[in-house]
Design a protein around this ligand. Structure first.
Ligand SMILES: C[S@@+](CC[C@H](N)C(=O)[O-])C[C@H]1O[C@@H](n2cnc3c(N)ncnc32)[C@H](O)[C@@H]1O
Length: 241
């Protein structure tokens, strides 16, 4: 009992410390461009120690710039884990945007996040933004219904698909959430580079199929930029998905 109380107190203290570090960084780095650095530079404590994106910095910066150009009002992320990319979308989005994150507790491919991080990620939202954090399976039809509800049945500007990396998993995410994205909007996929050394990664197989059908761009880090993981971007045409 006493031990539980002690750890709750410690977690609350680490939470407050994390928010302070984040707000200090935001005070120093004002522009959208500069704020790209924040989740990489942030260092907190305990459960809130890091929010670094699980990304090649060159690749995610290229995507960040593309999303900034959209000035998006509605953004969906499937696969949030440590929260780094979710933080970036709050900065790239319009000041009054709605953001929805779906991440499965105990999910594969990156470790999900504990419930105590919910209030922390909620603090990523800027003053007039709304953040919905759904800790659930993106493949359930009830999840799709709830996502639509959070966006009040409006089309969305950008979807980042970085959850289940199996062929069937990523395909299902695209088929369920792709049609929500408006013409002119963007859908991005992480892990489009074939990396046979990592078991179960099959996004590259699905990406090959998408490239044949849609207007696409690839962001792949140059030599020396770290591990090449690859981000694939679909530019949604006038007919939608
Ligand atoms: C690679 S991580 C996301 C990384 C994050 N976007 C970043 O760049 O920092 C993948 C996440 O997808 C989640 N995930 C796996 N399968 C899922 C599913 N079916 N529905 C929702 N989330 C899922 C995992 O829990 C994990 O947190």
């Amino acid at each position: 009992m006493l031990k539980h109380w002690f750890y709750s107190l410690l977690a609350a203290r680490h939470f407050r410390y994390g928010i302070k570090i984040l707000r200090d960084l935001e005070r120093k780095l004002i522009s959208r461009e500069a704020r790209f650095a924040i989740p990489f530079a942030y260092r907190g404590k305990g459960y809130f120690r890091i929010i670094e994106p699980r990304q090649n910095p060159f690749e995610i910066e290229s995507l960040y710039k593309a999303v900034c150009e959209l000035d998006a009002k509605r953004i969906l992320e499937v696969g949030t884990a440590r929260g780094g990319t979710l933080y970036l979308w709050t900065q790239a989005a319009a000041p009054d945007a709605t953001l929805v994150s779906v991440d499965l507790p105990g999910g594969d491919f990156g470790g999900a996040y504990p419930a105590c991080r919910v209030p922390f990620y909620s603090e990523f939202a800027r003053e007039q933004q709304t953040m919905h954090l759904m800790r659930t399976d993106s493949h359930q039809s009830a999840t799709l219904d709830e996502v639509k509800q959070h966006f009040s049945d409006h089309e969305i500007d950008f979807a980042f698909i970085d959850g289940d990396h199996t062929y069937e998993g990523v395909k299902q995410d695209f088929e369920m959430y792709g049609p929500l994205v408006r013409p002119g909007g963007l859908i991005a996929f992480h892990d489009i580079v074939d990396r046979p050394e990592v078991a179960g990664l099959d996004v590259h197989r699905f990406w090959v199929e998408l490239k044949e059908k849609y207007d696409t761009v690839e962001f792949i880090g140059p030599d020396g930029s770290g591990k090449k993981i690859g981000i694939g971007l679909v530019r949604v045409g006038s007919e939608g998905i």
